[in-house]
Design a binder for this molecule. Structure first.
Ligand code: ASP
Length: 338
């Protein structure tokens, strides 16, 4: 039987970092994966790797690097059975979300992973994470047509994921969707939770409009901060991080500021600050005015998926704000429970 093949795309992150003389961690070239993880020498699948031109701490991730990653995967799509993207944990959930939107009709797994401790350290979680991610990306037991994150025994849907710990090895969680697989003695796949296999060919869209903002509410927020954000030059969309099931102050200065922005063509999206649960417009009086003026409720989407989806839709449909609004409230790649 033909051997399955996986392509590793190395972008940087703690997994490949080394310590300088002051103890700070810096990204380091990890081009010889077998030196770093010798256990892979005996694996049953083929592995190739590509490194981005500049490896980074993922705090420096940008939409143009998402396009670089997507270009590599698109170019090699037919030659490999799956893809593993080694990535820093800090913005991994954003990149996973962005890639999920870019790859429409994906029929092969793209699995992001990284680690909390560099591979060179004795107690590194990186070896386990890479080995499991590669095994899942290459497996014949299940075909996962999704962008995922593998971390500390769990395979998660990428656009549902959030980094929830800067300390623990189990650093990710999908609060509004179960994990897709659990690695124990065997890897237990929960295939009924996967996205359906597409029937149409792959489409990769690579335009992001970064003229967006996130406005996080807090008790005491005033007109100067809200207006500064809503009057940012050329603003096209804003994600308002509201309370609970999508509630916000009912003060007229606040509603009028949002109303004015919407009338100027800015798309306003309502996403909850809560980790679990969903925005339900009109459940409380505290969201009725936002619903009336045309704020878009985005259900149980994560903030990472919300902002990347807004950039993706504005970039993909630059002349059709109505279409963008309609897609924001519906699931594109399983990021919202419908
Ligand atoms: N700062 C690192 C990064 O995101 C953290 C990590 O990889 O865990 O690149």
């Amino acid at each position: 039987m033909k051997q399955n093949k996986v392509l590793i795309v190395y972008t940087g992150g703690t997994i490949g970092m080394v310590q300088d003389e002051n103890g700070s961690l810096h990204p380091f070239a990890l081009d010889r994966i077998y030196d770093a993880v010798p256990q892979l020498k005996g694996c049953s699948y083929g592995i190739d790797s590509v490194t981005l031109d500049h490896i980074i701490d993922s705090s420096n991730m940008t939409p143009s690097l998402w396009v670089d990653i997507a270009n590599i995967i698109e170019r090699e799509y037919d030659r490999y059975d799956g893809f593993v993207v080694l990535h820093g944990t800090d913005t991994m959930a954003y990149t996973a979300s962005a890639l999920s939107f870019m790859f429409k009709n994906l029929s092969k797994p793209i699995i992001l992973t990284g680690s909390q401790l560099p591979l060179g350290m004795l107690r590194s979680d990186g070896r386990e994470n890479i080995i499991c991610a590669l095994e899942i990306a290459s497996t014949r037991l299940a075909t996962i047509p999704e962008v995922c994150i593998f971390f500390e025994s769990h395979l998660y849907r990428g656009n549902r994921s959030t980094k929830m710990s800067a300390e623990n090895f189990d650093a990710f969680e999908t609060y509004n969707y179960p994990s897709l697989a659990k690695a124990g003695i065997k890897i237990a796949f929960k295939e009924h939770l996967f996205l359906p296999m597409p029937t149409e060919p792959l489409v990769v869209r690579k335009h992001f409009d970064t003229r967006v903002a996130v406005l996080k509410l807090f008790p005491g927020i005033g007109p100067s901060v809200v207006n500064a954000v809503l009057h940012a030059p050329d603003l096209q969309g804003v994600v308002v991080e509201t309370y609970g099931s999508g509630n916000a102050p009912t003060d007229s200065w606040f509603i009028n500021a949002l109303d004015d922005a919407i009338k100027r063509g800015v798309i306003v999206m309502n996403v909850t600050q809560c980790k679990a649960g969903a925005v339900k417009m009109r459940q409380y009086a505290a969201s009725c005015d936002m619903d009336r003026i045309g704020v878009v409720g985005a259900g149980d989407i994560t903030i990472e998926a919300a902002i990347t989806k807004m950039m993706y839709l504005l970039g993909s449909y630059p002349n059709d704000k109505e279409h963008v609004k309609q897609r924001l409230s519906n699931s594109l790649r399983g990021e919202i429970t419908e």
